[in-house]
Structure formats: C-alpha cells, structure tokens
Design a protein around this ligand. Sequence first.
Ligand SMILES: [Zn+2]
Length: 233
Amino acid sequence: MSEKNVFEASPEAKGKAKQLRLFAVLAWVLAMAGQVFAILKLISDETLIWLIVAIVVILILAITGSTLWKKANKLDPASEKDKTRFFIQNQLGAIMGVLAFLPLVIFIFTNKDISGKTKGIAGSIAAIAMVAAGITGADFNPPSVEKYTEEINQQNEAAKSLGIDSDNVYWSAAGNKYHIHDNCQHIRGKALSNGSIKQSWEDKGISELCKTCKKKAAKSLVPSDVKELIETE
Ligand SMILES: [Zn+2]
C-alpha cells in the first residue's frame, strides 16, 4: 500500500473534531461538578428526590459528552499503531461515564446517616446510571486510520469495477455519502465539494457511495459492455 493512499483527516475535519472534543470535555466537567455537588449536598433522606434529579442530569451530561467525543473520533480517528492511545481515545467516553458515577455510588453506599431505604433507592439508581453511561460511552466498533484506509481502497476498487472515476466524485458537508453526479437528487441545491473518494473521507469521516448514483452507474455499465462485445466481434 503506497503512502499516498493512507487516510489523513483534512484540516477542516480536524478543526471540527477539535471543537467537538472541547464541547465533550465541557460536558464531562459539568457532569463531574454535578457529582461533587451531589456528594456534598444531596446524600440525605430529605433530599432523595433532588439526588435522583442530579443523577439524571449527570447522566445526560455524561452521554452528551461521549456522543460528541465519538463523533469527533469518526472525523479524526486514532491510529491502531499506538495501542494505548487508540484504546484511551476510543473508550474515553466509557471511562468518563463510569468516573461520573463511581465516587457517588461509593459515597451513597458507605454513608452512615441515611436510611437503608434511601441507600437502596439512590444507590441502585446511581449504579444503573453508571452502567448506562459506561455502555453508551464505549465504542464497540472504533474508527481507525487503518480501517478508513482499507475502506477507501475497497471503495476505489468497487468504483473502478462500476466504471466510476474515483478521483471525480461530489459530496456535501452534511450526510455521509459521495455522489457520481453533481445533479443527483440527494445533493441538488447544496454546496458541494468535488474530489477523490479518499478526499471525501478525509473531509467528513465515513463516506459511502450514494445508492441512487450507484444504481445509475450499474445501469449505464450494461449497455457499454454489450457495445464493447459487439464491437470486438
Ligand atoms: Zn447520488
């Protein structure tokens, strides 16, 4: 595999990923602040309702953070070569999700001033929230530079077999498809970029051939093949 075929996120994609990561960190900081507040102020029989409200708010913040974080990873994935970094970058959402609740769960279950009932209700809700934040934060199919590179090469091959010029496709910033025709119904009237299949990946992360354009290409392939056959005879 030659160097030029290796995926590298475009400066725009990297910039957008950076922004998403910043918001993700902000959401996690707020979740942690919420947790500290809950530990200091809300673990008592009188404030059980408010403790539950705080748990829900922390959970929303934790999930928001990991969703933004995973989105950023899709735009600007890590390389599998550095195993530690690859793991941390892709599973940070799960790590932060657990950290947003683990101290709270411990503080609830070890508290001596609350009733057993409060302990049971608040503790189990916080534990469930921790598991939920951990699972939704984990990336079970993490993107990587290597996966993207392989996918781009496969798509280039597929394009070739369909008679598509892989250096001349169109895409809009929104959506995760690239198109063969700039007048395709799905991108009509939108601001378009034009370039190679690889560039469409580097611009916006995961990118696939539009089904409508693919059908059109497959259709136009048949007559030209038949024509060729007739000409060679
Ligand atoms: Zn299309």
